[in-house]
Ligand binder design. Sequence first.
Ligand code: SF4
Ligand code: SF4
Length: 729
Amino acid sequence: MPEANQITREIFLHFPLWMQLVFYAVAGLTSLAFLYGFYRRYLKYRRGRAENRFDHLGQRISRALAAIASNSTVRKSDSFAGFAHTLIFWSFVLLFIGTTIVAIDHDFLVPLFDIKLLQGTFYLWFSVTLDIAGAALIIGIVMMMVRRAFFKLPKLDYTRADKQDGKYDRSGYSTDDMIFVGLILIIAVTGFFIEGFRIAESMPEFEKWSPVGWLMAGWFQGMDADSLITAHLWSWWTHAIAVFLFIGYLPYSKMMHIFTDTFNLIFHDPDSGRHLPPLPPAPEPKEGEKKKKMAMPPMGYTTITDFTWKELLDFDACTKCGRCHAACPANAAGTTLSPRDVILDLRTFANEALKPGEWLQQKFLPGSKWPLAKNGKSSDELLKIDVPMEVIRPETLWSCTTCMACMANCPVGIEHLTSIVQMRRHLVDLGELDDNLQGALMNLGDYGNSFGESPKKRGRWQKGLSFKLPDARKEEVDYLWFVGDYGSFDPRIQGLSRHVADVFHRAGLSFGILYDGEKNSGNDVRRVGEEGLFEMLVEDNLAVLKKAKFKEVFTTDPHTLNAFRNEYPAFGATYTAHHYTNILVKLIEEGKLNFANKLNYKVTLHDPCYLARYNGEIEAPRKVIRALGLDLREMPRCGANTFCCGAGGGRIWMDTSNEQKRTSEQRIEEALSLGDIQYFVTVCPKDYAMYSDAVKATGNEDKIIVKDLIELVVEALGEEEKAADEAEN
Ligand code: SF4
Ligand code: SF4
């Protein structure tokens, strides 16, 4: 066995001094290019609007590091890519640590302190660890290349829905992807070649601890000594040049996602779609500028500098994985919206308009038109461009159902929805909205409901019940039922409201309603972008709620549930709010609902976005379904991974003729693909309306029936006839 100091390797084996000097000189230049790339990014983010995302920093960092270390967000919904990414990530980390150890050992410890780490037992374990990491890196990269080349995944298809072929160029994306994987592959493979040629010169036994290098050395054994030295030098320099290119190109390419995604995950707010931000504050008057009398806050985002630094970081963090694109119902419906393309278009535009060189030019040579940015526009001109109108386009922005599937699927914490709503706010301000939506908003402003009905009629849905619900403004109750517009006014839904009232009344629940004191909760008004109207609705509702006497709130409408749980707290209202399925579970568990009939139907359940994805309420409807004895068959997209009905975000009020195939119809087909399903169960009034229409539109009335869960509860209670008669009356 050789001495410990002989169990090692020479870093610059066969390198003349001049070659070593060239290496350090190029390494220095590469580091400068790397640092300048970071500085450019910093200058760009500085120009975004301020936003405090530095609260609970320790918690943020540990959450992000846990997600990064486990690759949990990448593995979610794509286990193949997740596994490959985990291999690449961890092997990359190990190789980076290994290279750092080599540099510290060779450049500092040995020359300054005559201490050598890389020898003996440490060297042996170091060698085997890095060999395994190098092999894992190659496997991971090859898996990713195979996935991209042969799986033909729609999410990796860069085809755009909003532009004709030939009118746009996405080749830059593919080139960047190829450079990224190509460089890593070259670095990993040449690393093994260097090792193989080096070991082949003398085949020392201890180098068996470099199993891949040892194997390759066996292949090179027939080469003479000079050829081995030359091959070693060539592979060494190929490796080094690939590493330099990787480091120097990193801040200007997709490779930057190593950093942007880490920071994006740290500064991500997982609840950002659930509670939308208020309007941006009015700009501070610049120094020397007279204070305007009443500086009005901007109505949403107009120009690229209206976006916050976090949103500019969002745009850069996108890895083009396409998960949001594949999950987006608006994209599936064939509209022009792809959340991935929105983010990438904003990135491209931000890079054009916020070029740091032009910023410096503006600062020091104001008014200068040189150099011109893309499309012959100067930076000054680009900074004035109306982004929602000219970069993204209104039709695209109005196609969003605010289902939040994009954010839930994005592995790097991009907050598409807040940017979309901020841009919608500007469109509302400009009056760039369709007539149907305009009409609904006017009704909401004038009457407090989208149906344009007199507030006095809000409680009339009870007509036919054998009892009248208490007015919670006058009588103390345990639960305040916030019925919502559809439950109150839509003739298709009023019967369901009566069923809910009847069931809860029979179970002895103490509950009341607000009658004409209730107004639309404003959840979807906010997502449309009508912030002023939203605030008005909230204030009116809260004024009434403050006078009412109740302990907790429940609602049949998941959109209202979201407003109570996530939007109202910012206005000082922290009510405990439940969905009616939670109340059903409670009553079942307390033995207050005894089902005389066990139902033997085969059913599937549609999880509403605002219940399952927004508020994590997945179990309650299933518990009720199980208690009823129903045979539940889950659709592939269920729970938090549900598929939107297409009504959210105000889409139910809009002209949706730009949809080539409605998502509600696609969803009915998904249910039918399960085979032999009798009932399509809903737990949201809007879903009931959307899917009843979809079953008719697709001519499937004889194959599947849409039922709200409460209808099945009534049937199981054995008093269906009575309740139905009451509803008829
Ligand atoms: S919120 Fe839903 S509809 Fe809107 S962009 Fe995201 S996935 Fe698409
Ligand atoms: S926004 Fe997120 S989910 Fe969409 S393509 Fe980019 S990284 Fe992927």
